[in-house]
Design a binder for this molecule. Structure first.
Ligand code: SF4
Ligand code: FES
Length: 236
């Protein structure tokens, strides 16, 4: 079938304003949107910029807006859309456009680093490895699927209104370590998160959960952080 891709273009080195450019290609209903973008770049316009790597929903690099919704271009097929073969492709909202569909994710990773996204344990390491019971691992399991695609953070209305807010992706990573039984820094992690730009910035709007391409119950995980901090407050 013939498909029309209307793609956001902006090259800050040449353009004063963004514009949209239309490309027409032949595509199969089972083609991924990413396949089509690749073909446009390979066959029609090598100057079109976008990020992609694994093409299988693993690397998280091709989050973008397709027909108004934030999603991964490699996880959407042409037949998933009922727009008569018409596609409007735009960069992730919230972040500064570097070129076309490529945005500057440094502010996103800055927030990610703020939550200390690594295991903290000052006790001497055991001879082999720090073990974790399967039932304890299950508690943090949902968060392990996060591919840091930034879809949630770019969609969250709080993030759009408050640039200081850590955002759902960073908070989800905080959840992952806060509830990891091998981590010994729960107290200081909770103290760091216990602020309006931290966990209390979350107003349970659930946009993060709705948009997550990995189906992670982000809001539910963030609610568990709130409960843990409240419980700690009560116990002094
Ligand atoms: S929680 Fe989901 S939407 Fe957010 S960064 Fe991780 S995978 Fe992407
Ligand atoms: S290209 Fe890796 S997640 Fe889509």
């Amino acid at each position: 079938m013939q498909c029309r891709f209307i793609i956001y273009r902006f090259d800050p080195e040449k353009d004063t304003e963004p514009h949209y450019q239309t490309y027409v290609i032949e595509a199969e209903p089972t083609d991924k949107v990413l396949d089509c973008l690749n073909r446009i770049r390979w066959e029609q316009d090598a100057s079109l910029a976008f990020r992609a790597s694994c093409a299988h929903g693993i690397c998280g690099s091709d989050a973008m807006v397709i027909n108004g919704n934030v999603t991964l271009a490699c996880q959407k097929l042409i037949r998933d859309f009922t727009t008569g073969g018409n596609f409007v492709i735009e960069p992730l909202p919230l972040f500064k456009v570097v070129k076309d569909l490529v945005v500057d994710l440094e502010p996103f990773f800055e927030k990610y680093r703020e939550v200390k996204p690594y295991l903290i344990n000052d006790e001497p390491p055991p001879e082999q490895e720090r073990l974790q019971a399967p039932e304890d691992q299950e508690k943090i399991e949902p968060a392990l699927a996060c591919i840091l695609c930034a879809s949630c953070t770019s969609t969250c209305p709080i993030n759009r209104a408050d640039s200081d807010y850590l955002g759902p992706a960073a908070l989800l990573r905080a959840f992952r370590y806060l509830f990891d039984t091998r981590d010994t820094a729960a107290g200081s992690r909770m103290a760091d998160l216990d602020q309006e730009s931290g966990i209390w910035g979350c107003k349970t709007m659930r946009w993060c959960t709705d948009v997550c391409p990995k189906g992670i119950p982000v809001t539910k995980c963030l609610t568990q952080i709130k409960s843990a901090i409240k419980k700690k407050g009560k116990s002094g």
